[in-house]
Design a protein around this ligand. Structure first.
Ligand SMILES: *Cc1c(COP(=O)(O)O)cnc(C)c1O
Length: 427
């Protein structure tokens, strides 16, 4: 369409970059159709859960104070539980982020003397302090919970014999991270997670299995809770918030596990009975309603980026043709200058703060500088189009999100445009 071509030109995308993008896109139609079918299924799954629980205008009423008999909050938790096929759910704006949700799930279900095992290698950075791998006040370790881990095999596979050897009488909970996060290991599929859970339970059926589901929700038609997880945990400013939730986290799982989480979040004896919804219910319901489509758009963006950048000779993880189990795309750009140009493009394509130039900075907790690009409506939201990465070998940017496929596409084309403008890429 000529109008599109003109509009992209107006936004600063050259004819050459636009054409290069269209060529790559032409080969992706089938994959995009498959993504749409998953989104269609998940959309129905969410609607069915809302209908079953008779969501109505009363659910959107704001509450304050203790929040006793908060119909909107209680119904939303039933909707999450039904959509993810669990007995119970804790979905609250009082859960401030994904790390907080994971910290609640772990500390509520591990007691002094218990051991936590990660069978898929080192968990996400922020969990190191929660667990006490890096010393921190109030870590699990400080409370007498020990930790052990089994690295993935060199090919990214699960080391079943290594796991068998590390399951001890005191092993109480196994934590499985679905997404690779900022590591270079492959993301696990739900089927792989199911096999791992079955293996753990075959050794000792009373071991609890928790899945860090961050960035994985709605990428497939099933979730880890469909394959035996006792708890799945995530952030509402990623996939399930659909870009509209301004804060929050969720824990879905067995009634026994979730009840303990609620007691840990509020106070023993109070549990899920307290916690006002503060008028956020419309965003949380509507965000969950949109989440399957939003996730689909982000996935299309990730696949488009891999196909564009791999063709230009940059290593992409996952690669252009691999199947997807989360929305994160890593692109190894090979130099600081290329990372800066890429991030400048993502920033320049944003609806918010598009005029800002992202620069590397000394972020606390990192041993090298970090560059980040994001022009988001919700601060720190990474279901919105964003890119970041540490300034060190292999100079990889981690790219994710896009509330719509069209915005993701513009962001990726703009990133390429900035690389061309900087003379780093020639088309
Ligand atoms: C984002 C993320 C977290 C932590 O989430 P925050 O909301 O940033 O605290 C944990 N695990 C994984 C795999 C993540 O991607």
């Amino acid at each position: 369409m000529d109008e599109n071509r003109k509009m992209y030109a107006q936004l600063g995308i050259s004819e050459a970059v636009y054409n290069f993008g269209e060529e790559r896109l032409a080969s992706l139609r089938e994959r995009f159709d498959a993504i749409d079918r998953v989104a269609e299924y998940n959309q129905s799954k969410v609607i069915a859960a809302m209908q079953k629980n008779r969501v109505n205008a009363g659910c959107f009423v704001g509450t304050t104070g203790y929040g006793y008999n908060d119909v909107g909050r209680d119904t939303l938790e039933r909707v999450y539980a039904d959509a993810f096929h669990t007995e119970a759910a804790l979905v609250r704006p009082q859960i401030t982020c994904g790390t907080h949700a994971l910290a609640i799930a772990l500390s509520a279900n591990l007691l002094p003397g218990d051991e936590l095992l990660s069978p898929v290698g080192r968990p996400y950075d922020t969990l190191e302090e929660v667990i006490g791998i890096r010393p921190s006040k109030c870590s699990l370790r400080e409370y007498g919970v020990t930790y052990d881990e089994v690295a993935l095999l060199p090919d990214g596979g699960i080391d079943y014999e290594g796991i068998r050897a590390k399951i001890k009488p005191q092993t109480k909970l196994v934590t499985i991270q679905r997404s690779k996060g900022y590591a270079t290991r492959p993301t696990l599929s739900v089927a792989q997670i199911g096999e791992l859970i079955a293996f753990v339970k075959s050794i000792r059926s009373d071991i609890l299995c928790m899945v860090d589901n961050c960035y994985g929700e709605f990428v497939e038609t099933i979730e880890p809770s469909d394959v035996g997880a006792d708890m799945i945990v995530g952030s509402l400013i990623k996939n399930p918030g659909g870009g509209l939730a301004p804060i929050g986290g969720y824990i879905c799982g067995t009634a026994a596990c979730v009840e303990r989480c609620a007691y840990r979040l509020s106070a023993p004896g109070l549990g899920q009975e307290v916690g006002a919804n503060l008028g956020l219910m419309t965003s949380l319901y509507q965000g969950f309603f949109l989440a399957p489509t939003v996730t689909a758009g982000a996935l299309k963006g990730a696949i488009f980026a891999a196909n564009l950048y791999e063709r230009l000779g940059f290593r992409c993880v996952p690669n252009a043709t691999e199947s997807r189990h989360d929305i994160i795309q890593a692109v190894e750009l090979g130099s600081e200058a290329a990372m800066r140009a890429f991030c400048l493009g993502i920033q320049a394509a944003a609806p918010v703060d598009s005029y800002v130039t992202p620069l590397p900075w000394d972020m606390p907790g990192y041993d090298s500088q970090v560059i980040m690009a994001a022009g988001a409506f919700i601060q720190g939201s990474s279901i919105e189009l964003s890119a970041d990465g540490p300034i060190r070998e292999p100079y990889a940017v981690y790219f994710q999100g896009g509330l719509t496929w069209y915005h993701a596409k513009l962001g990726i084309l703009m990133s390429l445009q900035k690389l061309v403008d900087a003379g780093i890429v020639r088309l």
